[in-house]
Design a protein around this ligand. Structure first.
Ligand SMILES: Nc1nc2c(ncn2[C@@H]2O[C@H](COP(=O)(O)OP(=O)(O)O)[C@@H](O)[C@H]2O)c(=O)[nH]1
Ligand SMILES: [Mg+2]
Length: 226
């Protein structure tokens, strides 16, 4: 396939995805559910953070999760221990979730009975940035163990997310990560982007993220009432 043809096919796929994402966004809004997705490279700590968030939020409100991976149901099994509804989407060879996969996975779910739906994307810092899932908020995670320069190398994923989450803060000293530099690099790629630094292992900083998410949810609910 020649390059112009590849570009054309890709553009068509993304356009179709945007139509489904728009439908999903309306669906989420009507149901009054806040949808939060997580993107990062493999191993940055998406599932570990979700284990905490689902357990904590699950005590106060109605929460569910979809998790994407190329293969295995491992993450769904980990998250199911939190006792909230969880469904795994296995994508086979596809390196990202798309809106159609999410729409299909949600069939039969009563979204109006949920306050929050979390979606863990396939671990990848490139492809998920092109695929809108209709979510209200996209978190991009980058761990202290990945190197301070990752925001500079993968700017698009930061530019298509709403909040940056620096993970594995407990490992920063051991790995000699300069967290200030990592924060500066996120800010240089996306000035003003909210940044939360945390460790899902120790719990340090997790409250800050929870506060940010609940404040947004309250603001969204108020806007819906008005
Ligand atoms: N020390 C430390 N390890 C973490 C933290 N978060 C995740 N991990 C570990 O990093 C590895 C990958 O985490 P996982 O949540 O599966 O990443 P995912 O692929 O992004 O979902 C696992 O061994 C986790 O236990 C953290 O905050 N601190
Ligand atoms: Mg995972």
């Amino acid at each position: 396939m020649g390059e112009p043809r590849m570009v054309e096919v890709r553009r068509k796929i993304i356009k179709e995805n945007d139509l489904v994402a728009r439908r999903l966004r309306d669906f989420y809004r009507q149901a009054g559910v806040e949808v939060i997705s997580l993107v990062s490279s493999p191993g940055s700590g998406k599932t570990t953070l979700l284990e905490r968030l689902l357990a904590d939020f699950g005590r106060q409100c109605r929460v569910a999760a979809l998790v994407g991976d190329l293969a295995t149901e491992n993450d769904a099994a980990r998250l199911a221990r939190t006792a909230v509804p969880v469904k795994q989407i296995t994508t086979g060879t596809v390196c990202h979730l798309d809106a159609t996969m999410v729409e299909r996975a949600l069939q039969g779910w009563r979204l109006a009975e949920l306050d929050y739906l979390f979606i863990e994307n396939v671990g990848n810092l490139v492809c998920p940035s092109s695929f809108d899932l209709g979510e209200d908020l996209r978190l991009v995670l980058v761990s202290t163990t990945e190197g301070e320069d990752k925001p500079l190398k993968y700017p698009t994923i930061f530019n298509t997310a709403d909040v940056a989450v620096i993970t594995k803060l407990d490992l920063a000293a051991a790995i000699d990560c300069n967290v200030e530099e990592l924060i500066r690099n996120v800010d240089s790629v996306r000035p003003g982007m909210p940044i939360v630094s945390l460790s899902a292992r120790t719990g340090q900083g997790v409250e800050d993220l929870k506060k940010l998410l609940t404040a947004r949810h309250r603001a969204g609910a108020a806007a819906r009432v008005i």
